[in-house]
Design a protein around this ligand. Structure first.
Ligand SMILES: *Cc1c(COP(=O)(O)O)cnc(C)c1O
Length: 379
């Protein structure tokens, strides 16, 4: 017996569709995790990650684990127990940053925003004034739970002004919208393989600025997690020494990393600017077609993410039933709402390989048929 699954068009909040090139890369022969060929590929991954984060100087490598693992790695390394930090919470993933920060022992000052709003810069500045001993600011760039983009450039500028470090969740943003680590002055950032990078879930590229690495190296207390301790991981991932000097930390997920390498290569060959434009173009196309179906997007244009479209489901339509019908009869996955939005919205992801006009069109055609039948109207 061999496993056999029917494909499904992934237009939810992740995972996103995977290209054949990436699938082919993953099925290459498994090599030893210290093999010279593999080690050479690791060096390429590091360079490609610096490109996607737009940094020349940051230390970058992938964490063996999903986006939440990258989140833990950044927070565990950047914060020492007892340090004060501001966590910006405007959705599910900001709330997760808060949860982890508290577990790490930070004294968390919350900047809480209602669901669906961007991080409020004036409120952030006020908090920085009243808490001059703040060491770090944590914020989510692209809140996948609400479809909202926050202004990380401005947050990082404030952080610099008040002498803090920035820890940024860029899981959904990298590859989908502009992000400039060096120009903005971000200190620690993580992303995920399965959103706009179009690589299967399970890997989390991270990057730490030079000053972040200095902070980590001068910690008074060891990082609370051995697995995520950057000092330990770098014995394996550091590019500063010859590739032959890599030493064992944990057994890297070899084939998964082939996939990441290929996905990053695809993105660099297309060029980040082109990828950002492609995501925007597909979003505008989808928006126009949704309007024709009398559906509207919840997020105001100025803070709207192109790669995750949060559609308000009209009162007379059963949101869940339509999603099931899309999955069963059209082999299309779209996402439910999270948190306060559960059952009230659809989250349509046009991420990575998903951001193609033909995919958006396929979804619109399916919705058109479903609405014509009208069977999911609740009176
Ligand atoms: C998906 C996502 C995460 C978590 O990633 P996992 O791979 O599910 O652990 C974190 N933050 C944001 C903004 C996300 O969209």
């Amino acid at each position: 017996m061999t496993l056999s699954l029917e494909p499904c068009l992934l237009l939810g909040p992740g995972p996103s569709p995977i290209s054949q090139k990436v699938l082919d890369a993953i099925s290459q022969p498994t090599l030893g995790h210290l093999d010279y060929q593999f080690s050479t590929m690791m060096a390429e991954i590091i360079k490609l990650q610096q490109y996607i984060f737009q940094t020349k100087t940051a230390v970058s490598f992938p964490i063996s684990g999903p986006g939440s693992a990258g989140m833990e790695c950044c927070l565990f390394n950047m914060i020492e127990p007892g340090e004060k930090m501001i966590v910006c919470v405007n959705g599910v993933f900001g709330a997760r940053m808060r949860e982890i920060s508290e577990r790490v022992g930070a004294r968390v000052v919350l900047l809480e925003q209602p669901f669906g709003e961007a991080v409020d810069l004036e409120e952030l500045q006020k908090l920085l004034e009243t808490h001059p001993d703040t060491r770090c600011i944590a914020a989510v760039h692209a809140e996948t739970s609400t479809g909202v983009l926050s202004d990380i450039e401005a947050i990082a500028r404030l952080a610099k002004k008040y002498g803090c470090y920035t820890i940024i969740d860029a899981v959904t943003s990298i590859g989908g919208v502009p992000f400039y680590m060096d120009d903005w002055g971000v200190d620690a950032v993580y992303t995920g393989s399965q959103k706009c990078l179009s690589v299967p879930p399970g890997l989390s590229p991270v990057a730490f600025s030079r000053r972040a690495i200095e902070k980590i190296k001068s910690r008074r207390q060891k990082v609370l997690s051995w697995f995520y301790d950057v000092n330990e991981v770098l014995r394996y991932w550091s590019n500063s020494h010859a590739t032959s000097k890599r030493t064992y930390h944990h057994t890297a997920p070899v084939n998964a990393l082939y996939g990441l390498y290929q996905g990053l290569l695809n993105l660099s060959e297309e060029g980040l600017e082109c990828a950002w434009q492609r995501h925007l173009g597909c979003h505008l196309f989808l928006e126009e077609k949704l309007t024709e179906l009398n559906l509207e997007l919840i997020v105001p244009k100025a803070i709207r993410l192109p790669q995750i479209n949060v559609v308000k489901v009209p009162e007379h339509i059963n949101a869940q039933a339509v999603r099931e019908r899309l999955r069963q009869d059209f082999s299309i996955e779209v996402g439910d709402g999270l948190g306060e939005y559960a059952g009230k919205v659809w989250r349509i992801g046009l991420m990575g390989e998903g951001a193609r006009i033909e995919h958006a069109r396929q979804l619109i055609e399916a919705l058109t048929i479903i609405f014509k039948e009208g069977e999911f109207y609740v009176s």
